[in-house]
Design a protein around this ligand. Sequence first.
Ligand code: ADP
Ligand code: MG
Length: 920
Amino acid sequence: MLDRREELTPMLAQYVEVAERYDDAVVLFRVGDFYKAFCEAADEVARVCELTRIEREDSTGTYTACGIPVDNAPKYLKRLLDAEYRVAVADQVEDPEEASGLVERAVTQVLTPGTVVEEELLAEGSNTYVACVATADGGSDDSAAEAGGDGARDGPTYGVAHVDVSTGECAVTAGDAAAVDEELARIDPAELLGGPGVDPGVVDGADCMVTERDAGKFAPDAAGAVLDRYADPDRFDAAERVAAGALLSYAEYTQGDDGPLEYVRRVRRYDPRRSLRLDATALRGLELFENHVGSGRTLFDTLDETRSALGRRRLRAWLRRPLVDREAIEARHDAVAAFAERTLVREDVREALSAAYDLERLAGRVSRGRANARDLRSLHDTLAAVPAVREALAGVDALADVRADLDPLDDLRELIDAAVAEDPPQEITDGGVIRAGYDDELDEIRTTAREGREWIAELEERERERTGIDTLEVGYTQVHGYYIEVTNGQLDKVPDDYTRRQTLKNSERFYTPELKRREDEILGADERADALEYELFVDLREGVAVESDRIGALADAVARVDALAALATAAVERDYVRPEVGADVDEIRLKRSRHPVVEETAAEFVPNDAALPRGTVALITGPNMSGKSTYMRQVALAVVLAQAGSFVPADAARLPVVDRVFTRVGASDDIAGGESTFMREMRELTDVLHDATADSLVVLDEVGRGTSTTDGRAIARAAVEFLHDETGATTLFATHYHGLTDLADEYDRVVNRHFAAAERDGEVTFLHRVREGAASSSYGVEVAELAGVPDPVVARAHDLVAADREGGGGDGAESPPDPAGTDDGEAAGGDGQRTLAEVATNGHDRGDGERDGDKDAGPPAVRDDAVADLLADLRDLPLAETTPLEALNRLHDLQRRAAEAGDGDRDDTDDDATLDGGRP
Ligand code: ADP
Ligand code: MG
């Protein structure tokens, strides 16, 4: 197609030219009521948007075209963005009526997943960020890299910047590859720019669209010059400068490249270590914002009692980056307490905030020159809600600060109210936007038009009287303008001053000199009024844009008030308590604590206490489904909530301020990730052991599970010893390795806790109650007993467990390999880790391996039972709810049991295989 450019129609030639300039985007051309794509781009748009592709033919040959209806554009644009396309929208930048020949078009906006600003394409209560990672030298080898940031463990220092183009929030920091990884997990960008020289692993690890930019944009000078339009570049490290500058240049590019984005009011520089650090694994493991299994609810969902989009985004940010500064934490608790104690204040504030529109995005649209009259009206309505909030807060000391920041911007509100009509139209070019009394000239023009119309309205009556033609009518058409219509039968009565304008079948249409004069006057006035209104509106919008600092400050205060009132509401409605976080608190002490999310769905949640002096390693044992994971997470969530400024679900809470929360779950079922789960488990463990400090909280959930018992037990034991001796981090470690519980005898800060099963009302139940001490290592057998497994089987099982312990199987790292056969349970999930159902049906299969062959096999009844159970288990395997890994493990278990129940050739069974491909 390009080779026949000379022959293309002017419009196609224009299209090709734009498409070449925006070669990383799909170009859409505004043509009438459509955004059109042509040629190859048309094929892609048609495919992604499921639109019809049209074959066109003209003098130059055939080509394809495809059109997105302008009215419905957001729906289709969203599909393109979801499919990770960039979309360059070329609008007519010249009035089609004034154009000589082809209308001039230019790209006014490039839509990308990380930079969209269209209300319809944005999630309401969350930010959409585009982020950028860059090196100090912008990737060039010859300029020596300035060492930016500090605390780099090894490798280069990167700058990492992010901006929300819809709200103008922009921030930058620096760190090594690991820090950048962690930061990207928290920013959770929709799009990422990777500068030249950045380790591809850093960029590829991000779970979003990656955008390439011309290397020149990352040159330190070029990036610095862009940043200079927003902030003093000297405030930043070299790498930060490049990241922020390159990012802002990209943001400008997507908004049509006409100068700096005024509403990006500041480029904040921050140190991630000044907030409670939660890496991707912790964010995921604690299900703060994403839920992968179970209820579908997240911590954020549970807490979100905000009333405005501003508040919702703020609450997210608080949870994403909880505080570490004790005073700041207490100040937030003070404010939440003030709201919690005053129901009326809280309700009045929340009621008033319900009327608030998204100030930040409104301000963004105003600055970008894209706000219409309705947007300004929304801004007005939001400002109008502020006095009620202020009034509600009056006299509450703990809220005095935020109240002071709630400047209702009376001048701005009055200006908008005086200028903009109360219910203005969508378009700002069609008139009806500016109120009467705002501008004298406009009022005069409108008076002229109105008087003209009144004169015409009375014309029919007057002319009927004057001419005696009683069927005479006055009308208007778009093409011919005003006319006086006389039917054919009455034509003889037409006076001399009528001039013929149009002949119809049954009538003639006329005009008079006076009608013509009035018509010109009215149309001229209308046109002038529309133009003047547009001009006045644009002036007003620019006047508002100048105030974006004040609007931004107000938005910040509104967001804070809303988030604080939301936390208070959650605290009151869900019965949370204010945590004590004073400097003297050197322990985690929770009385009757609950898991904030699980308690919402559990039929009856059993509260639990926790008492962990700093540096304690609590080993938590108990059967599957007894509540270990829930308990550990609720302790970690209490810490996160407290530092985010929230109250916590408990009757009483004393919590230290921690620097990081780590969560690691052993051999999760995720085999889709590509990497072996055991490898990942060990990598994550490495991070914990490297990075945890005496101020950290570490939650390890059955770590070591992804490999053989012997190895797993050894790794778990070594990790506990290291955490205890070297890092001193406060640790909760749920483990199925009973040998570890002996550690409590050896180390003073290692304690045992357990969850047990019990019989209640004749049923085996889990009490979900944490208790002192270690679970008995044969609790699986005890559960089997409770469940009614025949006595001889239980007795035999107890013997086998005892033999196992004597054989050293429970002793951990130094112990010899387990005697043949006693390790079998591990494949199904560790000793005692089988679910109640498994235990109840297979309690007798433990250690059967020694009874090989037909002759030596146990009593036939037991074996037949084993076969029956095997078949029952196979039949009952809930395939729909079983993950591939689980399925493999179950299969392995079944196979093993089949071998034992049959002729028992044990050699087929590999003790170590947990079948998740987990050997490093
Ligand atoms: P484990 O880690 O010991 O296998 P979980 O913590 O996953 O057990 O808990 C299993 C289930 O038991 C959870 O899904 C939850 O529904 C329920 N549960 C856990 N703790 C409690 C509790 N304290 N009160 C009520 N139900 C609970
Ligand atoms: Mg668990």
